[in-house]
Design a protein around this ligand. Structure first.
Ligand SMILES: Cc1cc2nc3c(=O)[nH]c(=O)nc-3n(C[C@H](O)[C@H](O)[C@H](O)COP(=O)(O)O)c2cc1C
Length: 183
């Protein structure tokens, strides 16, 4: 059995990671080694998913011309093109649909993809990388840029790179304000 001290250390380490993670929107020009990106992707695949279907699909975009297309698709959010890599998190609607029908297509695969995206953001932070969840984009433009199959829905763009800024922590609603307890 793990000691109480070890558990306490682990919880505090996770709290520190969660609090340190920020949306980073400015990056150094330096490349991110492929091994780092693989580690980030690996973290995504550790996420929970409904029925363990794992409907997430990732497209790692390092080619400058494709990053430019993604930035345009994201209503000209320029930092998307400036990041050395953009991980596009997608959901395979057909896989979730096969398993769970409409609820799979409309809910589970989005939740599964979101869980994977957050896991990746946290691993990026743990590796000293900066990243941002970009959800404002024209889906059809992203589909065209990445030649996605019809049943693959892009959920999030995650520009990743070495951070060139240290954003302040945006305020959070206190737990009491967003929680109801039914004791
Ligand atoms: C679903 C979703 C969509 C988002 N879309 C964008 C976006 O398009 N552009 C952007 O700059 N940030 C985007 N963000 C990042 C949020 O602005 C950011 O998480 C929030 O302001 C809190 O800041 P923090 O991530 O540093 O804690 C998005 C975040 C989420 C979860």
């Amino acid at each position: 059995m793990e000691s109480k001290g070890k558990i306490q250390d682990r919880a505090e380490g996770l709290e520190a990671l969660l609090q340190a993670r920020r949306s980073v929107r400015a990056f150094e020009a330096a490349e991110v080694p492929r091994e780092h990106l693989v580690r980030v992707l690996q973290a995504g695949t550790e996420a929970p998913s409904a029925g363990n279907v794992q409907p997430w699909r990732f497209v790692v975009v390092r080619r400058a011309t494709a990053r430019r297309l993604l930035a345009q698709a994201a209503w000209d959010q320029e930092f998307v093109a400036q990041a050395p890599a953009v991980i596009t998190v997608c959901a395979d609607l057909a896989r979730s649909g096969q398993a769970y029908g409409q609820r799979g297509r409309e809910l589970y695969c989005l939740q599964d993809g979101a869980a994977a995206a957050l896991s990746m953001l946290l691993m990026a932070e743990a590796l000293g990388l900066g990243a941002c969840w970009v959800g404002a984009f024209d889906e059809s433009q992203v589909r065209a840029a990445l030649q996605l199959d019809e049943q693959v829905r892009p959920l999030a763009l995650l520009p990743v790179g070495w951070p060139a800024e240290r954003p302040a922590r945006p305020p959070r609603h206190p737990v009491e304000a967003v929680t109801a307890w039914l004791d």
